[in-house]
Design a protein around this ligand. Structure first.
Ligand code: SAM
Ligand code: SF4
Ligand code: SF4
Length: 371
């Protein structure tokens, strides 16, 4: 394939090349969107590939051998990612989450972490650097990630029962290896570790209490996530969602819990603590209690498209600016304008009954844009 041919996978999701305004503006660190929301959190997808095939994210029926993932030359390089992270930081981003696909599949990911530790926020402080992983390669990588400067890690784990877990990842991957990855992260001192469980009715909701029992008293915060209608591959139905209120009822029946005040605006999880002092859990109610009002998150896809909402159908091609020789100030001006125009609030509009809203364009997939 010649260099000028654009790979099919690059064209899968619509994106515009932003117009660089005539008047350039230095970022102030205080950009805000149409609903007064700042830009604090940047999620960077490092790869669209994964070694799992979770049915709610990359069902095998769609993500099979024929599926065309992005070719290597489409991906942002570590230098390009770091350059963009600097521009985002100048606009107020203080936290970066590396995600995917499976971010630990990206070769030498720890080198990127080390490069990102050099970036300073608008307040002059280093960024908070976190990573979300399925945990399969964590036992091997935890120490290198910590040594490179990663602040924290979040591990996705949907079941403790080995048979249920193997079925859910659909690659026959054993749960013991993920638990070993979590242990390695603890040993490495990778901050306050969080475990995310996507709850699906009839698939793993019978694991809610055993997961809570396992992580109670461990210092690890287990968070229950409502199954979301992201993308267009998972065949989402509202009746598969277990509302957080029901998760809480099931937990309260075992152990009394009380709410904890949020520590930061824009926090996605509602925090609860066991009254007996055995720690905290989180409830992420993306479907039944939308949190768009405080959403300060931007998402950068593997090949450098900016999405201002998880449910967006159209991105902004920042890679074209990077590779087109634009300066940091030009890219910062574009970013300021794009964020200033943002008015996304998909989950609020969707409504609690689960009626989808959209433009009819292809919605981005979770494995492509990250959590
Ligand atoms: N592969 C890594 C992992 O699984 O942690 C990182 C990427 S994954 C797309 C990020 C998070 O999105 C995971 O916690 C996953 O469980 C969650 N996720 C994926 N599809 C989802 C869906 N339809 N509803 C809710 N959460 C979802
Ligand atoms: Fe892979 Fe994570 Fe998606 Fe599961 S949720 S298929 S581990 S990207
Ligand atoms: Fe943010 Fe969009 Fe999710 Fe609302 S639906 S919380 S705006 S990503």
């Amino acid at each position: 394939m010649g260099e000028s041919v654009i790979p099919l996978a690059d064209l899968r999701y619509a994106a515009e090349v932003p117009v660089v305004p005539q008047r350039l503006r230095e970022p102030t660190g205080l950009v805000s969107d149409q609903l007064g929301r700042p830009l604090h959190d940047l999620r960077i997808s490092l790869t669209d590939r994964c070694n799992f095939r979770c049915g709610y994210c990359m069902p095998k029926s769609v993500f099979d051998r024929e599926y065309q993932f992005l070719p290597h030359r489409s991906l942002l390089s570590f230098e390009e990612i770091t350059r963009l992270a600097r521009v985002f930081a100048a606009h107020g981003v203080s936290k970066v989450r590396l995600t995917g696909g499976e971010p630990l599949l990206r070769r030498n990911v720890e080198d990127l972490v080390a490069m990102l530790t050099e970036v300073r926020g608008a307040d002059g402080e280093p960024l908070e650097l976190t990573l979300t992983t399925n945990g399969s390669l964590l036992a091997r990588k935890a120490h290198a990630l910590k040594a490179a400067g990663l602040s924290r890690v979040t591990v996705s784990l949907d079941a403790l029962d080995d048979a249920v877990f193997r079925r859910m990842n659909d690659m026959d991957f054993p749960v013991a290896d993920v638990l070993a990855g979590i242990d390695a992260a603890v040993q490495a001192g990778l901050g306050k570790i969080k475990v995310n469980m996507v709850v699906q009715r009839g698939i793993n909701d019978h694991e809610i209490v055993s997961m809570a029992r396992h992580f109670r008293g461990s210092g690890i915060v287990l968070r229950f996530i409502e199954y979301m209608d992201v993308g267009a591959s998972n065949g989402w139905r509202m009746d598969q969602v277990v509302p957080s209120a029901q998760v809480l009822d099931r937990l309260q029946a075992q152990w009394p819990l009380e709410p904890v005040a949020p520590t930061a605006r824009g926090e996605t999880a509602e925090r609860w603590r066991y009254r007996d002092g055995a720690g905290e859990i989180g409830l992420i109610s993306s479907v039944t209690k939308a949190f768009c009002r405080d959403c300060n998150r931007a998402r950068l896809s593997t090949e450098g498209k900016l999405f201002t909402c998880l449910f967006a159908t159209r991105g902004h091609d920042l890679r074209a600016l990077l590779r087109g020789g634009r300066s940091d100030l030009e890219i910062a001006t574009v970013l300021g304008e794009l964020w200033g125009r943002r008015s996304d609030r998909y989950s609020e509009l969707r409504g609690a009954e689960g009626t989808a809203v959209g433009t009819g364009e292809r919605r981005i997939e979770m494995h492509y844009i990250g959590g």
